[in-house]
Design a protein around this ligand. Structure first.
Ligand code: KG4
Ligand code: ZN
Length: 349
């Protein structure tokens, strides 16, 4: 493809267990999106081990950058700007991506754009749907976050609801571990649930009055109690039914709050984002709810739902008009998606 005249953004993501680098033209055309996953390494521990994640990012990052440039058929000197996840995430993991991004930006004397990880997830929708524009409401559900976000314009977000305890993906991972199905739990529960009865077991769905917040620790504890009690009675545990019933409880509440949020804003568009957005039951339920309400439904392909560099490059493209960072850019383990621009001085080099 001829990239002449196109703004080329190199995006780096390293907040958890994926080292990913992408080259994206004009914010939405993905020239490459290389994802090096550490999942196989962390599987042995049943979850991500932060120190191991940092070391593996260090080992992978240079090779992944080279592969992204090669696949895009672009040289480093042709890159116009560098986007990087600055938080939230694992500090040691984030710092690896930040160091690489700062080094490239400094060496090329090109702008360094800090990207919020959740903003990145939301932006995956812009890649999937070139015509999509804010405003819309987005449900961002991943291993670390469960947020309903009012996406007012590019880079301008308001949180309408969030989890008060576990993230949705975290609940999938914990139930999978209890059923000895391995890590990460989401994809395997998604698969198993297809063989099970979603109405076999009634797990609780937590609602808060006048709030779009979530709580997933109740459903998680209820599943764990069910497993312990069934075992103690010497009865057979039908894993497929447990997966289907648990998934139904989580999906119902996610979609219910998402639709309430859409109603509250009056927007006619809803989006999904984050690793849990790859869930087939969630995609189906949200699509059906949108159809019923007469509003538009958007969701990224599964590969763009989980962590990737393309979503970071896309977010950086739009953020570049408002946001810059210098070589003092730091990583943040916890940082709100509201007022990201306020954190950064637009005129930093
Ligand atoms: O967005 P992501 O790659 O990383 C974070 O930012 O956390 O999300 C990973 C999470 C894991 O908890 C994983 O179990 C979950 O997304 N996940 C899924 C599915 N695929 C991944 N959850 C439910 N169904 C899936 N198909
Ligand atoms: Zn993520």
């Amino acid at each position: 493809m001829d990239n002449k005249g196109h703004i080329l953004t190199l995006g780096i993501e390293s907040s958890c267990d994926e080292t990913s680098v992408a080259i994206v033209a004009e914010g939405r055309i993905v020239l490459s999106n290389i994802i090096s996953s550490q999942i196989e390494i962390h599987k042995a521990f049943g979850g991500v081990v932060p120190e191991i994640a940092s070391r593996k990012h260090v080992e992978a990052i240079i090779g992944v950058i080279d592969a992204a440039l090669k696949e895009a058929n672009v040289s480093l000197s042709e890159i116009d700007q560098i986007g990087v996840t600055f938080g939230p995430g694992l500090i040691g993991a984030l710092l690896v991506g930040l160091s690489a991004a700062k080094t490239i930006a400094f060496a090329l004397n090109k702008p360094l754009i800090p990207v919020h990880h959740i903003e990145g997830h939301i932006s995956a929708n812009f890649i999937e749907y070139p015509e999509l524009k804010p405003p819309f409401v987005c449900l961002v559900a991943s291993g670390g976050h469960s947020h309903i976000v009012d996406c007012r314009s590019y880079g301008d977000f308001r949180i309408m609801g969030r989890t008060r305890d576990d993230a949705a993906g975290e609940a999938f991972d914990k139930i999978s571990r209890a059923l000895e199905l391995g890590y990460p739990g989401g994809p395997v529960i998604d698969r198993m649930a297809k063989e099970g009865n979603p109405h076999a077991i009634q797990f609780p769905k937590v609602h808060f009055n006048d709030s779009l917040d979530f709580s997933f620790s109740g459903v998680k504890t209820s599943v764990l109690n069910y497993l312990n009690n069934t075992k103690a009675r010497g009865e057979e545990i039908i894993s497929a039914d447990v997966c289907a019933s648990f998934q139904r409880a989580v999906v119902d509440i996610l979609v219910e709050n998402l639709m309430k949020a859409a109603d509250k804003t009056g927007y006619k568009k809803i989006c999904l984002a984050g690793g849990v957005a790859a869930n087939s039951a969630l995609r189906k339920a949200a699509e059906e709810a949108a159809l019923k309400a007469g509003i538009e439904f958007y969701r990224p392909s599964p590969i763009l739902c989980t962590d990737n560099g393309a979503m970071i490059a896309c977010a950086a493209h739009y953020a570049s008009k408002e946001r810059r960072a210098g070589s003092n850019l730091n990583a943040f383990a916890n940082v709100s998606i509201e007022n990201i621009d306020g954190l950064f001085n637009k005129s930093a080099n």
